[in-house]
Unconditional design. Structure first.
Length: 107
């Protein structure tokens, strides 16, 4: 085998290795970027639910409505929306809220 062919094989192997490492990481980063705003909203909803429960003396058997937690979001009481179009569901006190988009959940 000539020196040029072996150098070419080394370069091809290096490119293949880099591609094998970089492509999955780029996919994961893109997924995280689309998921993180939703997770932050879920945290805000969870905090609003906990504030409601604390202020109203609720227990883990109590589940709030959107009207109950609305005052804890903002002055206009607007319920946040998932940036990916998912639908949020409130849980009982102590149970995290959920989003209908797969992978959008509190850690």
């Amino acid at each position: 085998m000539s020196a040029h062919v072996s150098k070419a094989l080394v370069v091809v192997a290096a490119v293949a290795l880099c591609t094998a490492v970089v492509v999955p990481n780029l996919r994961r980063a893109r997924t995280d970027i689309s998921r993180n705003p939703c997770i932050n909203i879920l945290r805000h909803i969870d905090g609003a639910t906990e504030s409601w429960a604390l202020e109203k003396g609720k227990t883990t058997n109590d589940a709030p409505t959107w009207e109950d937690v609305g005052p804890y979001f903002s002055r206009d009481r607007e319920i946040p929306k998932c940036p990916q179009g998912g639908k949020y569901t409130l849980g009982r006190k102590g149970t995290p809220p959920t989003c209908s988009v797969p992978g959008h959940r509190l850690p």
